[in-house]
Write a protein that binds this ligand. Structure first.
Ligand code: ADP
Ligand code: MG
Length: 322
C-alpha cells in the first residue's frame, strides 16, 4: 500500500470559545487521498467544506487531530516548508476567481512563480504556454474585467498550475458560472485529473460532484458517506503519471531550502505599484497635484513668516534698539 498524499485523522475545527459561543465546524474528519485521485467533497452550504479545504491546503490549522502530508506531520513542518507546500504543491481555485484586477491574464498567471523565484524568461514562457493550453492565447493581455467569468476561471486554473499544482483544490469553481462555462471548467478539471493531478473539488451541487471518480459527502462537519468505501477498487486505480508521496516529500525537503525570492518580490512590488499608478493616471495626477500644493503652501508660509519677522526687526531698528 502506497503512502497517501493526504491523510487526515480525527480532524476537528472549532471557532469561538471565551466570550463568544463555541461553534464546532469540523467534528472528527478521517480521510485519505492518494496520488492521481479525482475527489469531490459535496455538502450543503455551511457543512464545513471551505473550512476543510483551508485545512487541506495548509491555509489554516485544525484545532485538533493529525494531518499527514506525504507521510509528514504538517504540525511539525517549519514556516519555510509550509510556504513551499502552499506555493508549489497546491494550486487553489476559488468561486470568485481571486484575480488581481490591475494585472493582465499573463501577469496573474505568473504571480505564483514570482514568489517561487522563477527567472523572468522562464516565467513568461510558462504562463504563455499555460494560457495557450487553456484556450486563452489571444487574451493574455486582457485584464480580468475584460474577460468573461469562464475565461477568468480558466486564468485562475492556469495560475493554480503555474508552480506545478500537483494537488488542485477547487472550492465551488463553477458556483459563479453559467452552465456552459461551468461544464467547460469541469472538463478542464477532468483532463487535469487524467494527467495525474490530484483534483479535490468542493461543491454543494450533486450534479457537478458526479463528474468525480470518488464522492465524499459531508454534513455538519462529519463525513457521512464516501464512495471509495463502497467500491474500494475505484480508488486504487491510480494514474501512473501521478507524482507519488515519496517524490513530493523529497521535493518538499529540497524546495524549502532553496528559497531566496526576495529580489523577485521586490522587483514585482515596484512593478505592481508603477502599474497601478499608470492605470489610474487621473488619480495619480490628482495625488501629485495635492502633494505639490501641500509643499508649496509650506514654502509660502515659511517665506511669509520670515518676511514678517524681518519687517518687525526693521521697525524695531527704527525705534533705535537692537
Ligand atoms: P461551507 O463551505 O460548507 O459552506 P464553511 O466551511 O464556510 O461551510 O463554514 C461552516 C460553518 O463554520 C458555518 O456555519 C460558518 O458560519 C462557520 N464558520 C466558518 N468560518 C468561521 C469563523 N472564522 N468563525 C466562526 N464561524 C465560522
Ligand atoms: Mg464554502
Amino acid at each position: 500500500m502506497q503512502t497517501p498524499l493526504i491523510d487526515l485523522q480525527d480532524i476537528r475545527k472549532s471557532y469561538g470559545g471565551g466570550d463568544s459561543p463555541q461553534v464546532h465546524v469540523l467534528r472528527g474528519i478521517d480521510l485519505s487521498i492518494h496520488a492521481g485521485e479525482f475527489v469531490a467533497i459535496v455538502g450543503a452550504s455551511g457543512s464545513g467544506k471551505s473550512t476543510l479545504m483551508n485545512i487541506l491546503g495548509c491555509l489554516d490549522r485544525p484545532t485538533s487531530g493529525e494531518y499527514r502530508f506525504a507521510g509528514e506531520n504538517v504540525a511539525g513542518l517549519d514556516s519555510d516548508e509550509l510556504a513551499w507546500l502552499r506555493r508549489e504543491a497546491f494550486g487553489f481555485v476559488f468561486q470568485g476567481y481571486h484575480l488581481i484586477p490591475s494585472g493582465s491574464a499573463q501577469e496573474n498567471v505568473e504571480m505564483p512563480a514570482i514568489y517561487a523565484g522563477t527567472p523572468a524568461a522562464e516565467r513568461h514562457a510558462r504562463a504563455a504556454a499555460l494560457l495557450d493550453r487553456l484556450g486563452l492565447a489571444s487574451r493574455t493581455g486582457n485584464r480580468p474585467h475584460q474577460l468573461s467569468g469562464g475565461q477568468q476561471q480558466r486564468v485562475s486554473i492556469a495560475r493554480a498550475l503555474m508552480n506545478g499544482g500537483h494537488i488542485i483544490l477547487a472550492d465551488e469553481p463553477t458556483g459563479a458560472l453559467d452552465s456552459h462555462s461551468g461544464a467547460e471548467v469541469m472538463t478542464l478539471l477532468d483532463e487535469l485529473a487524467s494527467q495525474g493531478h490530484v483534483v479535490i473539488l468542493i461543491t454543494h451541487d450533486r450534479e457537478v460532484a458526479a463528474r468525480a471518480k470518488r464522492i465524499i459527502e459531508i454534513r455538519d462537519g462529519l463525513i457521512i458517506s464516501d464512495s471509495a468505501h463502497d467500491n474500494p477498487d475505484v480508488q486504487t486505480s491510480a494514474n501512473p503519471g501521478a507524482l507519488q508521496a515519496v517524490d513530493l516529500r523529497k521535493r518538499l525537503s529540497e524546495g524549502a531550502e532553496a528559497t531566496g525570492a526576495w529580489k523577485g518580490e521586490l522587483v514585482d512590488a515596484v512593478h505592481a505599484a508603477w502599474r497601478v499608478m499608470w492605470i489610474n493616471k487621473f488619480r495619480t495626477a490628482l495625488t501629485l497635484l495635492g502633494i505639490i500644493i501641500g509643499v508649496a503652501s509650506v514654502v509660502v508660509m515659511l517665506a511669509v513668516g520670515e518676511g514678517s519677522k524681518r519687517q518687525v526687526m526693521a521697525q524695531m531698528g527704527a525705534f533705535g534698539s537692537n
